[in-house]
Design a protein around this ligand. Sequence first.
Ligand SMILES: Nc1ncnc2c1ncn2[C@@H]1O[C@H](COP(=O)(O)OP(=O)(O)O)[C@@H](O)[C@H]1O
Ligand SMILES: [Mg+2]
Length: 384
Amino acid sequence: MAKKKPEGYLSAKESRRISRENRKITNEFEKKRKRKSVPEEEYVTVMKDEGNVLEIDNLHTYFFTDAGTVKSVNGVSFEVPVGKTVGVVGESGCGKSVTSLSIMQLVQRPQGQTVDGEIRLNMGDGKAYNIVNTPNYKMQGIRGNYVSMIFQEPMTSLNPVFRIGDQIDEVIALHNPEMSKEDVRKKTIEMIELVGIANSEGVARMYPHELSGGMRQRICIAIGLACNPKLIIADEPTTALDVTIQAQILDLLRELKDKINSSIMLITHDLGVIAEMADYVVVMYAGRVVEKGTATDIFKNPCHPYTIGLMNSKPVVGKKVDRLYSIPGKVPNPIDMPNYCFFKDRCEMCVEGCAGAYPEMVKLSDTHYVSCYRHYDNAQKEEK
Ligand SMILES: Nc1ncnc2c1ncn2[C@@H]1O[C@H](COP(=O)(O)OP(=O)(O)O)[C@@H](O)[C@H]1O
Ligand SMILES: [Mg+2]
């Protein structure tokens, strides 16, 4: 670690040294990743539980920047069961998007690298891929066909200079090279209708700027679902939309998920959205999972002080408060994480052990896990 003068200050010389070291590290990763042929045993694996479509195991994704290493995802583990919706919550910057980009292998490279952990994706027939080691030429067949992603801002996901129909055509044709042009267009129109847009033929001829935000997000969903993916990752899909449209888009997602027999990993900072959609909830803080369980576990019996804080900072209809609660303090600097609980400095419920090492995940029930010293007494320690 470079010597710092005032907090966060790095001299040009130190910065150059860090960037040299970073290049060495990232070059190694890139060399491995860019190989033209990778033996199957490096990435073919088996699921721990066939009932899951995705298993994330101790995932670490770092960004090697000139100011230091940003540990955006720092040991995340959770599962997405087949046919279920898993909500991932946490405030901005806690690593939700980087986790989802890691699953798609779309983290900004070369500085962003998954340095440790496994992401097992169920490919069916008892086979699974460890995405972390899957080579690029295989990933192209996985994105869209097995996992697809819906982003926050639909305008930036669509290309402004191509017509809507052509953009959907492109995706369908790419994944189904045997389809004729007419069939592709037929499927495109079908997809536009499926996401609830009337005048499908007309919309197919429009450009993205001619549509409203809600319609654009529907188009993005159409593109994402065109190839019936097993897992849909929706990264804040309704944050850029107003509330009425938000409800419609969520309904649409839920309905389509059941129609194509898929599962959803829904990322949001909005607990209301989670309450409405999710079967399971994963609460993230500063690159780690602090609590996970079924929606009932988390909403009825939140155990981590951060989860409790999140619940309290949400307005409740009919409950009168002078001031809405807000969690004090701010997220620690991701370049320089403390070696004790990351939440300690903001926590109002600290107990004796809190100054010690980062708390391990403990099991409160078959589904409910929390990483907090307050619960060490009434739980068995869980090896990861
Ligand atoms: N390309 C990047 N380069 C450097 N740091 C990044 C990059 N992308 C994300 N980060 C950092 O990773 C952390 C997690 O970001 P992100 O996953 O986008 O948060 P969110 O939970 O809001 O989706 C943040 O501290 C962010 O600054
Ligand atoms: Mg994000």
